[in-house]
Design a binder for this molecule. Structure first.
Ligand code: SF4
Length: 256
């Protein structure tokens, strides 16, 4: 079985940015409707009320537009302009669920949106230009990266891998040793959370499918997570692979 070559196209944040723009337009439209419909009745209560409500809704629309613009500029320039950490929280907690629904209405699959979300999240994390010591970085891997019929139990201690080269655990354990960073293989979300609580990293470099990366990024917020998608040449959760060079590049971008 060959483990050379990784075919998956890198996920694009452009889709997420486009859907964010569409969501923003819809939100502003709803805000306008929310102002316009009750305005007719408000004038009967007090003649000044429609203009006061108009001002309030104008401010809310302005916040939605400026927030979207800020997010687009931050990812486009790769620079922490203003409140990037907070904006990442807004994207994770509010925009992602809305965008998933809008994407569904546009016929875009959840997985495609999640891939794009991971790319957008990575862009926001890297725009913060964090510089972290190796001992505060954790590389978190899914169990399915290990060759299915390998008899060594690397969960909990990747050091047991004898680096036979039959799966990407070899390259990843070499990488972790080279840069002196913590590396763990987790069998699921519960174990992954436990590893994070135990090791208390300042940044997690996680490998997983788009679904697990999305839920991991959400669960970990405000802890920054850079997500790298695994390749699944044999279907989900079985002998998956990852481009070790991508992990190394991400690692080097955040190391002190
Ligand atoms: S590289 Fe390590 S984990 Fe993978 S098959 Fe070989 S010994 Fe097992």
């Amino acid at each position: 079985m060959s483990y050379k070559g990784h075919s998956q196209k890198p996920p694009q944040k452009r889709l997420f940015v486009a859907l964010m723009g569409l969501t923003c337009i819809l939100v502003v439209g709803l805000i306008y409707l929310g102002w316009w419909i009750p305005t007719m009745g408000l004038a009967n209560i007090h003649p000044e009320l429609p203009s006061l409500a108009g001002m309030l809704f104008g401010v809310l629309s302005g916040i939605a537009l400026l927030g979207t613009l800020l997010l687009v500029l931050t990812t486009a320039l790769g620079k922490d302009i203003l409140f990037t950490r907070f904006m990442r929280g807004v994207v994770i907690k509010f925009l992602l669920p809305l965008i998933e629904q809008i994407g569904r209405l546009c016929g875009i699959s959840k997985d495609t949106i999640r891939q794009s979300f991971v790319a957008m999240n990575n862009s926001l994390v890297t725009s913060q230009r964090l510089k972290i010591k190796p001992d505060r970085i954790l590389i978190l891997l899914p169990h399915c990266l290990q060759l299915f019929d390998c008899e060594i139990k690397v969960t909990g201690d990747i050091g047991k891998c004898v680096r036979c080269g039959r799966c990407d655990i070899t390259g990843l354990s070499v990488l972790a040793q080279k840069y002196q960073v913590d590396i763990s293989v987790a069998t699921g979300g519960t174990l992954a959370r436990k590893v994070i609580i135990d090791k208390r990293p300042k940044l997690v470099l996680a490998v997983a499918c788009e679904r697990d990366l999305t839920s991991g990024i959400k669960d970990c917020y405000p802890l920054p997570v850079i997500g790298v998608l695994n390749d699944r040449p044999f279907g989900p959760c079985f002998n998956t692979r990852v481009d070790v060079e991508k992990i190394e590049a991400a690692l080097r971008s955040v190391l002190v």
